[in-house]
Design a protein around this ligand. Structure first.
Ligand SMILES: *Cc1c(COP(=O)(O)O)cnc(C)c1O
Length: 226
C-alpha cells in the first residue's frame, strides 16, 4: 500500500465511523510524522495532509526547519518545561499539558511573546503507569487552577487508550474523556473544541466516541523504524 492508498482508506474509515455515530462534523486526520523520512511525508502532503504532529521537540524542530510554514504543527508528546520556549507560538496545539508547572511556563512564555497558546489537557483515563496525563478525578481541580492563565487557552482534552484488543475497554476510555470534556464545558464555560483521541490501533472507535482529532502515524506511513 502506498501512502496515498493508506490515507484514502483512513479517510473512508473515518467517514464510516462518523456515519455509524450519526456525526456530520469534521474530524482532523493529524499525521504523526515521528521517525518518518521526508519523502514519505512529502507524499502525504500531496494527498492533502496539512497538519503534522511530533512527540519530541527536537524532531519537531527538524520538521519546522524543513517545511517552514507549508504545514501546521502540533506537539503531542511529553513537554519538558525547559523546552517550552522552543515551541510556543509555533505549534497550533500542545496536546500534552499535564502539570501546573508546565502551564505556568507556557503562560509566561506566551505572555512574553504577546500571544495566546492553545493547549489540550492530557488525560490518563486508564491510569496506566507508563502514561502521563491527569486522572479523571483530578481533572476538574487542575482545570480550575489553570483558568487564571490568560496567555494559555484550554481548547479540549487529549488521551491515549490502553493498547489492548478489548474494544469495550477502549471505548469506555474514550467515552469517559468525552463526558469529562462536556462537564468541564458547562462548568467553566470553556469552549472545548477539540477531543484528540485515537491512533492507528483505535481511531475508528475514537471517532465513534466523539474524537474530532485522530493522531495517526503507522496507518499512514507504515511501521516506524527506530
Ligand atoms: C506515536 C504517537 C501516535 C501515533 O501512533 P500510531 O500508532 O503510529 O498511529 C499518536 N499519539 C501519540 C501521543 C504518539 O506518540
Amino acid at each position: 500500500m502506498t501512502v496515498r492508498e493508506n490515507i484514502e482508506e483512513i479517510r473512508a474509515e473515518i467517514e464510516k465511523a462518523k456515519t455509524r455515530a450519526g456525526r456530520t462534523d469534521d474530524v482532523l486526520l493529524l499525521a504523526v510524522t515521528k521517525n518518518v523520512d521526508f519523502p514519505l511525508i512529502d507524499e502525504s502532503l500531496e494527498c492533502g495532509i496539512k497538519e503534522i504532529a511530533e512527540n519530541r521537540v527536537q524532531e519537531l524542530q527538524k520538521k519546522m526547519a524543513h517545511y517552514e510554514d507549508r504545514v501546521i504543527y502540533h506537539l503531542i508528546g511529553t513537554l519538558q518545561t525547559n523546552k517550552v520556549k522552543d515551541v510556543i507560538g509555533k505549534v497550533k496545539l500542545i496536546h500534552s499539558l499535564d502539570r501546573i508547572n508546565l502551564a505556568k511556563e507556557i503562560n509566561k512564555r506566551a505572555e512574553q511573546q504577546g500571544i495566546v497558546q492553545d493547549v489540550l489537557v492530557q488525560v490518563n483515563a486508564s491510569k496506566e503507569e507508563t502514561k502521563s496525563g491527569l486522572y479523571l478525578e483530578d481533572l476538574d481541580e487542575f482545570v480550575y487552577n489553570i483558568l487564571e492563565f490568560k496567555y494559555m487557552r484550554i481548547r479540549g482534552l487529549m488521551t491515549m487508550a490502553p493498547y489492548v484488543e478489548d474494544e469495550a475497554l477502549i471505548r469506555k476510555v474514550f467515552k469517559d474523556v468525552y463526558d469529562a470534556a462536556e462537564k468541564l464545558k458547562s462548568k467553566y464555560e470553556l469552549s472545548m473544541d477539540y477531543l484528540s483521541m485515537g491512533m492507528t490501533h483505535d481511531y475508528k472507535l475514537a471517532v465513534e466516541e466523539g474524537a474530532n482529532i485522530v493522531r495517526v502515524g503507522t496507518a499512514i506511513y507504515g511501521e516506524r523504524k527506530y
